[in-house]
Ligand binder design. Structure first.
Ligand code: SIN
Length: 353
């Protein structure tokens, strides 16, 4: 029989384990660093390894930004620091990556912003509000301003340290039929991320939201466990969802982006110079990711057109207006949960030029 520890005691053991683990990592790193002999002319071997786990393919905005981070850390540390990437959820998926980070099994992850509500910070679900952002320029007014900074600070209450934001792009709807009007959604089982706002959006359209991990989505669509989903073209194409969805409707209704997070114990165990190097490399890698995100999504949409597997539909202004009107209950749902003060700050930031 498994021994169930009271949550407070289990939490305490976990914290003690983490503190000692990171202190040990830093000590070993320091010792090894002292042993590196540049005069022997050997290429430096890494004394610090950052394991970075994520759930998407390597040829996506997130996959490419993480690869750029790996390259910058290697170059700037002259090989004394390394980033090892575990893409496509091969090590941890949506349901266990945060726990892996908190237990020290990996050092960095970049979940979609839609997944932080479930982790205990529902204010992140502002990013899921349908038809709120017209462009990633609008999103930047939040992520680069006071609301974005406050949100990252809120992560401390769930023992995470937020290091920065990364764009993917705008989500489109897919199914085995066109999804152009609210009535097209009625009765469909739609796979969603674990966000109450996204669930409320689907319910408002008459669909049934089904929360599934990203890595299971293509299979669930193939087996018709769900009928459709929402994704930016980069995720849809690189997961091969085009092989199991015959229609892709360009609703452009919602944003998807990421926050890179680390374990605060790992972070404080780094030396000042290591921390500066990692911070600088990550800032540059995220700027690179944001710069290529639109292009990557355009490339995926073109690849999808060329593949000919899936019909692509554009929406008339009237159809978009009807969808926008239908999903308004998702706004009320969020306001009830996080209060109007947050939403007012968001609207104010969006009005700024
Ligand atoms: C991701 O882009 O990281 C996954 C998004 C999803 O779960 O739909």
């Amino acid at each position: 029989m498994a021994l169930a520890l009271p949550a407070s005691i289990a939490g305490m053991f976990k914290r003690i384990y983490c503190v000692h683990r990171w202190a040990g990592v830093a000590a070993v790193a320091g010792l090894l660093a002292a042993c590196v002999c540049p005069q022997l002319g050997h290429a430096a071997s890494p004394v610090l390894t950052i394991r970075f786990s994520h759930v998407v393919a390597t040829d996506t905005p997130k996959g490419l930004a993480v690869q750029r981070f790996q390259q910058l850390v290697r170059e700037r540390s002259e090989g004394t620091m390394a980033v090892v990437i575990y893409p496509r959820g091969q090590l941890y998926g949506d349901t266990d990556e945060v726990q892996a980070l908190q237990l020290g099994a990996v050092e960095m992850i970049a979940p979609s912003l839609s997944k932080f509500g479930r982790m205990g910070v529902p204010e992140f679900e502002i990013f899921d509000l349908p038809f709120l952002f017209r462009s990633t320029g609008d999103v930047a007014k939040i992520t680069k301003g006071s609301v974005g900074r406050q949100l990252l600070r809120k992560l401390e209450r769930v023992q995470l340290l937020g290091l920065g934001y990364l764009d993917n792009g705008f989500k489109q709807m897919s199914a085995n039929k066109p999804l152009l009007r609210p009535s097209d959604f009625v009765g469909l089982r739609m796979r969603v991320q674990s966000s109450h706002v996204i669930a409320a959006q689907m319910l408002a359209l008459g669909a049934q939201p089904v929360v599934l991990p990203f890595s299971d989505t293509q299979r669930a669509l193939a087996q018709q466990v769900v009928d459709g989903t929402e994704n930016p073209p980069s995720n849809f194409w690189t997961q091969g969802m085009n092989t199991v969805q015959s229609h892709f409707s360009l609703t452009q209704h919602g944003y998807i982006g990421y926050a890179v997070v680390t374990n605060p114990h790992f972070w404080t165990a780094l030396s000042v110079s290591q921390r500066q190097l990692v911070k600088g490399a990550l800032a540059d890698a995220l700027a690179y990711g944001n710069a290529i995100a639109q292009e990557e999504n355009d490339k995926s949409l073109q690849a999808l057109r060329d593949a000919g597997t899936t019909q692509i539909h554009t929406l008339s202004d009237d159809n978009r207006a009807a969808l926008r009107q239908a999903v308004q209950p998702a706004y009320d749902d969020l306001e009830q949960r996080i209060g109007s003060v947050w939403l007012d700050q968001v609207y104010k930031a969006l009005r700024k030029h």
